[in-house]
Design a protein around this ligand. Structure first.
Ligand SMILES: Cc1cc2nc3c(=O)[nH]c(=O)nc-3n(C[C@H](O)[C@H](O)[C@H](O)COP(=O)(O)OP(=O)(O)OC[C@H]3O[C@@H](n4cnc5c(N)ncnc54)[C@H](O)[C@@H]3O)c2cc1C
Length: 330
């Protein structure tokens, strides 16, 4: 097996940052993602003429390492400050002076930027991983294979655990039980194209933080859609209870709940689409910045379930995985 080679499963922010750092250090890195595009939960989607961020809506910056990255992205025109506070559930302004950032053309601007010089293969669902020739061999549903001395798994942890179980490798019991403690909330998201200007108050985002709705944003006011395009996130409890309901029922229910915040919304709808996030927010995380499940051959887990969560936590976790591998090489 070629030394300093790595297969990364997942082209979300954690996998892409890990891959960039390893490639910059001279490694051969292959990134595989089952999605149509890169970004994972930092996804931006088109519905009709509308552009929607339907996963992560914004991100904050707490630590210096992430701050340095974000400054670089702002200079490169990839990221912009969106606001210093969102409207509350009644539409009242609620500024706290703390910057919230967005991708320049939607959240996916950042993963797209990170992926531009990497070997990223999208539309490739990894279905099996095996220890092979002193490293790792992975097989995708399409039949393509990839190999590397190191395997880095950055999918939501239940999905990564299922992958590890698919082949000839037995994860040590203590590692498995620590990883099984990680959990996530689901989120049902509604995207709605409107026939006229959106009704979400400045700055185009309402942080409701409750049930049955958690969040409403206007992607036009946010600055990423040319036409009025509303994203609504249902709360975690409601999403869990109704996750498998038919799309028409989900749409109807969410629009009815939203009337309380945006009266008359129902009459303005041109087109809708529902998105399901089985793993949206981490509810029980692992405090380590990344998780080394096996040292030889190296098998690492990274993503927002490790360390401080959210976009910043996922980014730092990917970097921590790369750091661990580079430090090991001295
Ligand atoms: C609805 C919602 C709202 C959110 N809002 C915010 C917010 O406002 N602010 C914030 O900071 N964070 C927010 N988050 C959380 C944030 O999006 C995540 O913490 C972060 O994007 C996670 O990045 P990641 O790289 O760890 O994982 P992901 O982005 O999930 O990347 C993992 C990738 O693995 C891929 N994958 C999975 N299985 C396989 C397989 N078998 N083969 C190949 N590829 C596979 C997936 O397609 C995915 O692209 C939100 C998330 C959701 C869903």
């Amino acid at each position: 097996m070629e030394p300093n080679s790595c297969v990364v499963v997942g082209a979300g922010i954690s996998g892409l940052l890990a891959a960039s750092e390893l490639q910059d250090a001279g490694w051969r890195v292959t990134v595989l993602d089952k999605g149509r595009g890169v970004g994972g939960r930092m996804a931006t989607r088109r519905v009709g003429e509308g552009t929607f961020d339907h996963g992560a809506q914004f991100f904050t910056v707490r630590g210096e390492r992430f701050e340095n990255l974000v400054e670089g992205w702002i200079e490169a025109g990839i990221v912009q400050e969106w606001t210093r506070g969102f409207a509350d559930a009644d539409g009242e302004p609620n500024e706290d002076g703390h910057p919230r950032y967005r991708g320049a053309s939607g959240m996916t601007s950042i993963p797209k930027h990170l992926a531009r010089n990497l070997d990223v293969r999208t539309g490739e669902q990894v279905v099996q991983v095996n220890v092979r020739d002193g490293g790792w061999g992975v097989t995708c549903e399409s039949g393509i294979t990839a190999s590397g001395a190191v395997l880095l798994l950055t999918a939501p942890v239940p999905q990564s655990l299922a992958l590890v179980e698919s082949g000839n490798f037995a994860l040590p019991g203590d590692a498995r039980s620590r990883l099984e403690e990680i959990s996530y909330d689901p989120c049902v998201a509604l995207m709605a194209l409107l026939d006229g200007p959106g009704m979400v108050p400045e700055p185009g985002g309402m942080q409701i933080r409750g049930e049955p709705l958690d969040w409403i944003s206007d992607n036009q006011r946010k600055g990423i859609s040319e036409v009025p395009a509303i994203t609504i996130h249902a709360g975690p409890e409601w999403s869990r209870e109704h996750y498998d309901d038919p799309a028409e029922d989900l749409t109807q229910a969410i629009l009815t709940f939203a009337e309380e915040h945006l009266g008359g919304l129902g009459e303005r709808i041109v087109e809708t689409s529902i998105a399901h996030w089985r793993y949206s927010w981490v509810t029980s995380s692992n405090p380590d910045p990344c998780f080394v499940a096996n040292e030889d051959p190296p098998l690492l887990f990274a993503g927002d379930a490790f360390g401080p969560a959210k976009v910043e936590g996922a980014a730092l976790s990917g970097l921590a995985a790369a750091d661990w591998l580079l430090d090991r090489d001295g």
